[in-house]
Design a protein around this ligand. Sequence first.
Ligand SMILES: NC(=O)c1ccc[n+]([C@@H]2O[C@H](COP(=O)([O-])OP(=O)(O)OC[C@H]3O[C@@H](n4cnc5c(N)ncnc54)[C@H](O)[C@@H]3O)[C@@H](O)[C@H]2O)c1
Ligand SMILES: [Zn+2]
Length: 359
Amino acid sequence: MHIVKVSLGDRSYDIEIGSGLDDAGARLQDLGLGKKIALVTNPTVKKLHAQRLVDSLKKAGFTVMSIDIPDGEQYKNLDWANSIYTALLINGFDRKSALVAFGGGVIGDLTGFAAATFMRGVPFIQVPTTLLAMVDSSVGGKTGVNHPMGKNMIGAFYQPKKVIMDQDVLRSLPKEELLSGMAEVIKYGVIWDGAFFEYLDNNRERILSLDHEAVIHIIRRSCEIKADVVSKDEREGGLRAILNFGHTIGHAIETAENYTIRHGYAVAIGMVYAARLAQNTGLCDASVPDRVERLVAAYGLPTNLDVLSHRPTATELMSTMQIDKKAEGGKVKFVLPTRIGEAVITKAWDERQLQELIV
Ligand SMILES: NC(=O)c1ccc[n+]([C@@H]2O[C@H](COP(=O)([O-])OP(=O)(O)OC[C@H]3O[C@@H](n4cnc5c(N)ncnc54)[C@H](O)[C@@H]3O)[C@@H](O)[C@H]2O)c1
Ligand SMILES: [Zn+2]
């Protein structure tokens, strides 16, 4: 088992990678939790993997109640958060009872938000089951739900007490979901760690065939990088925004496609365009966008806006970016690579140059 520590003072916690679901219960025993646990999941994940987790929790002496949320992003909303509160109240949960999020990012964000707000905060544990959730959403404490007027508009920073990952559950994950998570993994290489970028380049087949050691390595390194960034800037005062590499254009693409495109696919395209913008802005030479594009394509991810069903115009993309909640002081901030393994957060980019790239 590999442990990555997220250092946030008295809110610090461990990410346990490769630990297996079978002894998850035992590893929650030292957290001072009450006896009752609510396992929040969806029917897809429940059918495939919940039994082992439930058995191990029971074996460790916990009483387990399952709360099922239908599968899909459209259920990450206040109505379903409310259904969690209701189930907890009916079953006499108190401030020591814990919530366990067992699923992808949708379940993690919704459960985390319910945990942050129920009785002003109850303990919560993340057991992510998608690659995206393992390398990104389960780490760092952003929780929240969607509002009809915008994604992730209601939320809280709320850290879990522990994150437990069993990479074996990824075997049942549809290929597209795996690739969507890979876009975030590539992101860490570009913004933070050139050697990791090379590892991704040299080990593509092992990673995509879910070779044990390779998968553990990419999850571990991604978590280390995210933990490093988050422990320096938990509430996105500055540095944490670096994790938005590829996301500025990515979010605008998701909006243009009405969220029918997977997040990682939109981010993949966004990373390629951001890297080209960095080159045209004079921050890096052509080798940087070339390498980003090659790696993204090698993983079977899209690199070009032309693949979209509703290819947005430059004006459409720019205006969506402008209303994105991360826009500050009138001008959108971009995360632009200066080389493979390093990036800057900047407002100093040229609108015309971006327009020319998008056209
Ligand atoms: N909090 C954060 O920091 C953060 C960061 C990135 C993304 N997010 C959020 O994460 C969400 C996306 O997460 P996601 O990509 O994990 O999507 P998801 O939770 O919808 O999961 C994708 C699909 O995979 C299925 N699934 C999950 N685990 C499986 C397994 N082991 N085998 C087979 N199928 C499985 C799910 O049921 C679902 O159908 C979005 O709501 C996004 O806003 C949050
Ligand atoms: Zn993302």
